[in-house]
Ligand binder design. Structure first.
Ligand code: BTN
Length: 256
């Protein structure tokens, strides 16, 4: 089971994860923190669940995770200083920190896939889902949900990108408390950098995005577009080049 004591010793943050909530079972950590009626409003609150019954990813896909093996958690941000900045770059900050934490602790090379996947050896090791609630045009609460495959070794079901876990990649069990603390420490640093200079986050993210310059397809529902992955613009949108035209892509799944 998750040891709060071991986690707490390793947490070095000022805000992120200082209000830490652990639960055995929940529908979805994202949905719970997003719902104002649940009365969580402290900026940086982290909710970790051993099992989600309605864990979801982008495009309403189910996020599968076996009880007790992985990390499925959400971070609530309520401080206005992050909320009305670029949503996509904040999303990049969250996935960049997963990549940094994995590289720092296990020396694995990670790759980032637009918009929000973390890959190791071409397989998906983590996914991020940011959701928000707005009042008029102002974002009021924002939740960053993170699923990291840690000690699970069997994956059932069908996946767009084949899944992997840290245990499969390093052939050893991983200390979830240490990984979560490393992630949150790194995320707080990255968040401060995001506040000061979003362009630096974009630069760091792009340096880990292997597909720039490659021929890709982008699927959005039943629509598929083809072209060269030209770049990511300053707002975090993908620029797809076809013949001499550049199209800005807002949503979609990228494939080689
Ligand atoms: C994706 O790859 O599509 C994103 C997956 C995000 C899954 C996490 S697990 C914790 C949080 N709660 C959810 O319901 N989803 C996110």
């Amino acid at each position: 089971m998750f040891s709060l004591e071991n986690f707490d010793i390793k947490l070095n943050t000022d805000i992120i994860g200082r209000n830490f909530v652990y639960t055995e079972e929940i529908e979805s950590t994202n949905s719970f923190l997003l719902n104002k009626a649940n009365k969580f409003s402290t900026d940086g609150t982290v909710l970790l669940a051993e099992k989600q019954n309605k864990g979801h990813g982008r495009n309403n896909k189910v996020w599968y995770s076996t009880r007790g093996y992985n990390l499925t958690f959400s971070i609530l941000l309520t401080n206005k200083k992050y909320l009305n900045k670029s949503f996509n770059i904040l999303n990049f900050a969250a996935s960049l920190s997963v990549a940094n934490a994995i590289e720092n602790l296990y020396q694995l090379k990670t790759e980032l896939k637009w918009p929000n996947d973390v890959l190791v050896n071409g397989k998906k090791i983590a996914g991020i889902l940011m959701e928000s609630i707005s009042h008029g045009s102002k974002v009021e609460r924002l939740v960053i949900g993170i699923g990291i495959n840690v000690n699970q070794i069997l994956f059932q079901g069908s996946y767009n990108i084949p899944p992997t876990s840290l245990k499969l990649e390093i052939n050893d069990s991983v200390d979830r408390e240490r990984l979560l603390a490393e992630y949150l420490n790194n995320f707080e640093e990255t968040l401060n950098k995001f506040e000061a200079s979003p362009a630096d986050i974009l630069k760091d993210w792009k340096s880990k995005c292997g597909l720039i310059g490659e021929k890709i397809s982008v699927t959005d529902g039943d629509k598929v577009k083809y072209g060269i992955f030209d770049d990511i613009d300053e707002e975090g949108f993908l620029l797809l080049k076809n013949k001499n035209k550049i199209e800005k892509i807002f949503f979609g799944d990228v494939n080689i």
